[in-house]
Ligand binder design. Sequence first.
Ligand SMILES: NC(=O)c1ccc[n+]([C@@H]2O[C@H](COP(=O)([O-])OP(=O)(O)OC[C@H]3O[C@@H](n4cnc5c(N)ncnc54)[C@H](O)[C@@H]3O)[C@@H](O)[C@H]2O)c1
Length: 265
Amino acid sequence: MRLAGKVAVVTGGGSGIGRGIALAMAREGADVVIPDIQVQNAERVGAEVRALGRKVAAMKTDVTSAADVKAMVDRTRETFGKIDILVNNAGIAAPPGMPFTNNTEEDWDRTFAVNTKSVFLTCKAIAPHFIERKAGRIINIASIAGPLAAVTMPAYSVAKQGVITFTRVVAKELAQHRVTVNAICPGVLWTDFWQKLAAHLAETNPAFKGMTARQVFEKRVADIVPMKAEQHPEDIGAAAVFLASDEARYITGQALMVDGGCVMW
Ligand SMILES: NC(=O)c1ccc[n+]([C@@H]2O[C@H](COP(=O)([O-])OP(=O)(O)OC[C@H]3O[C@@H](n4cnc5c(N)ncnc54)[C@H](O)[C@@H]3O)[C@@H](O)[C@H]2O)c1
């Protein structure tokens, strides 16, 4: 019960990694807010959180909209009275595409809006609350695609490296207020995100011709993961619980790879 009495906001918590983080935090005693653009999914995960005995609020939020983010923060504070933990998890892979000269301006704008601008919007909306309370944890879900400079998904790769740099910027700014800000970089997980990405790679990349989406994913794990084993949302949930817990109170400005050894630095 390392998060007993805490209130955690997990954006994009309606599926995949976000669901894993929401459930891991609920198991450790946190009440959970799930803002997601797919509200039915948020409600489904909300029911799972409630079944663990925690309070929950699932709401439709587009994290690329400043107005939606403000409404989400206001509603959370009215309902729960405070926020202790912000997990910026919402993100998209699409549309991938190599070489980068095939990318469009719209690809880059959309990818940055969902993966990077959203982190700025939520941090901006919640920082005054954390500063006032002299407490708070921000955990940004970046990706190994940032440090690896992934040629298969140029815009995404740059957007996630941007999340890592923004994590450091906000960590420096808020350290004096006892607020910690860290990133987690997941490796390769079989969520909706990778299922769509693998299907796209199978269709468009000659290296994966004739393979099913699952075969593309398994080849990716075999090629780039030194542990040669699949990871799961629970692995990211466990890391997020640690960074949100009292044990991690002196850790800030870090990017923690949870990736079976893909990135070692
Ligand atoms: N799956 C992987 O291999 C992997 C690896 C590294 C990083 N990540 C990152 O992990 C995070 C979660 O990805 P996932 O694999 O669970 O994918 P997912 O597609 O299962 O989940 C993403 C969630 O974000 C929500 N979302 C998307 N756009 C949104 C918006 N504009 N506003 C609010 N919610 C929105 C979706 O509805 C969904 O619930 C993402 O940031 C992703 O970039 C995933």
